[in-house]
Design a protein around this ligand. Sequence first.
Ligand code: ADP
Ligand code: MG
Length: 714
Amino acid sequence: MTPVVPVKAAKTVKKAPAGDAAPARSAPQRALDKLGLLRDIDLALHLPLRYEDETRIQRLRDARDGETVQLEGVVRDSRIESRGRRQLIIRLDDGTGDVQLRFLNFYGSQQKSWGAGVRLRVRGELRMGFFGREMMHPTVRIVTPDTPLPTALTPIYPTSAGLPQAYLRKAVESGLLRAQLDELIPPHLLPRPWPPLREALHLLHHPSANTPLVTLEDHSHPAWQRLKFEELLAQQISQMQARAERAHLKAPVLLTRPQGLQDKLLAVLPFQLTSAQRKVCEEIAGDLQRAQPMHRLLQGDVGSGKTVVAAVAAAVAMDAGWQCALMAPTEILAEQHFRKLVSWLEPLGVKVAWLTGSLKAKAKREQLAAVASGEAQLVVGTHAVIQDQVAFAKLGLALIDEQHRFGVAQRLQLRSKLESSELEPHLLMMSATPIPRTLAMTYLADLEVSTIDELPPGRTPIVTKVFADSRREEVIERIRDEVAKGRQVYWVCPLIDETEDSDKAADEAAGRSMNQRPPLDLSNVTETHQELSETLQGFGVGLLHGRLPAADKAEMMARFSGGELSVLVATTVIEVGVDVPNASLMVIEHAERFGLSQLHQLRGRVGRGAVASVCVLLYGSPLSDTGKQRLKAMAETTDGFEIARRDLDIRGPGEFMGARQSGAALLRFAELNEDADLVVEARTAAEAMLQHAPDAAQRHVARWLGYKSEFLKA
Ligand code: ADP
Ligand code: MG
């Protein structure tokens, strides 16, 4: 959970007084900052992950092996031994039995102070060792017979490297004491008799020993409910405010002209829109003809045909004399959109500009000039589209594909770009990460949602097979059959070391670091490429990964989609959006290393034409239990909604809007699927509070979201 550097947030972060050099921050202080624990209230709202019960002492005679226990006894013997490794061995006697405490890492001073006759209180897991019962590295405290036991459970907080639990505990403690915790929510707006905020927080940080632990752990305790409600309320208020703010903004009115560009586009398409596509096109057209900026999420499963809907919306806007921008998260996807849109729209007289980070200076200048003069009506590209040097003559509609793949910082940048113009452009975001409809309507109070709920006709469902990688050769034979029939094949390797710039930014925003990624040597994409080139002689085998220069990537992709290459060995650079309908087999190596939604996206690269497609998930043995569950889920369903649901079961929500992923977790406590009732209640309360207690509503949002409130609008 590493928050991104907030772009607009700087103003809310405490600054050192002018003239003073900022005092040096210690490592734990910096770690606190990084966790976003900047204010007293942030610390007070940093809730324990779990608790340890140090309120009682167990007797060795009654304790079971494997149990984590707290014991108190007298040291009988303390010495350093060499059992393979130098270690400190202490024999502790609690009057009912004795136990060996073993320390592989220890200071000489510890041996001295934990000498024979000293009374120790220790906590750790009891187990049966070669030399009898033992505890490895227990926590140790020197006590006297009358040292009191704590009366509350000991909180264990979520933390990060460089931030010791004890330091964090003290910081939270003082934050809790100093934070303003007055009641802001009018009592009659609380749907249930929950404790006041102050009481709820004290209880959660220091539950008394008789609090049923399970209600704390499953978050069903009234104090937890209160906190979740508070959080959801803040989120709802903030979204309602954003919506209200937008209602005052003006956007160009974009009317659909009969027999206009839209109809011409529909006439040149090689297919008819499905009724689901027509329905969402109408919803979008309805928004475009209003003078307020559209703020709509277009969701639809992988392959449901969102691109053409975007093109239709663009046609409406351009026909009305305005420019459109389409932004995609990877260069490969942007390039594909560019080709497709050029082929559809240029014959109709539309000039399409192309903007990515890898353009040569001269080409870039030309493209920028075409955008600035208005000569280019449509601009397609990566996040380069929203960079500072880009000035639109007359931007009327911004389209963002795979919006969940953009980092929060990029979404904020886009917003500020949009806001800088006099008339704000309309905004359409596309995503294949489905949100259950009812949830979307209540939770995303600031967003309209359109859903394409049917796939284009004539698709044969993809069959998914799960094989151990010992069957690799068999799979390669399968590829031979397929390419001999003139079909095409993707082979995906989990070599995720390489990313394009926009991916990298998204990664950083998501707090994913290189070391969380699969190590490079485990599955070498170039070796696989070589292996397949050798075994499949006579067929073109291509190689595509993020480290290739942009031009090579584009060329490789073009050769594959043009049919010159039969097999494309690729990394996840092809994850989103890539569309080659003749590809009918996908092999995913080390499938267990991918997330479910990622597998779903990848698999969505096949099954795009009429031929029956197969996806083979190869896994490395042994497979963990969750790994098994996940691959089983993939084999059992191709429905994106169902996969999202199962993913939630395994991972928890918050990922709907890329929230938890993006580090600036929008919801820390509430769980959308479990707390659906609370969402509805919070929505009702938010409306009432905005109306009857607007100042308190404001303070509530500031208390809960602080600088994060900017992210909520992003
Ligand atoms: P996604 O929703 O995943 O972005 P795409 O827009 O890439 O899906 O569309 C997937 C494929 O389906 C493309 O090849 C596209 O041309 C095709 N397609 C889209 N709409 C239709 C339709 N109504 N009938 C037939 N094919 C369609
Ligand atoms: Mg798409």
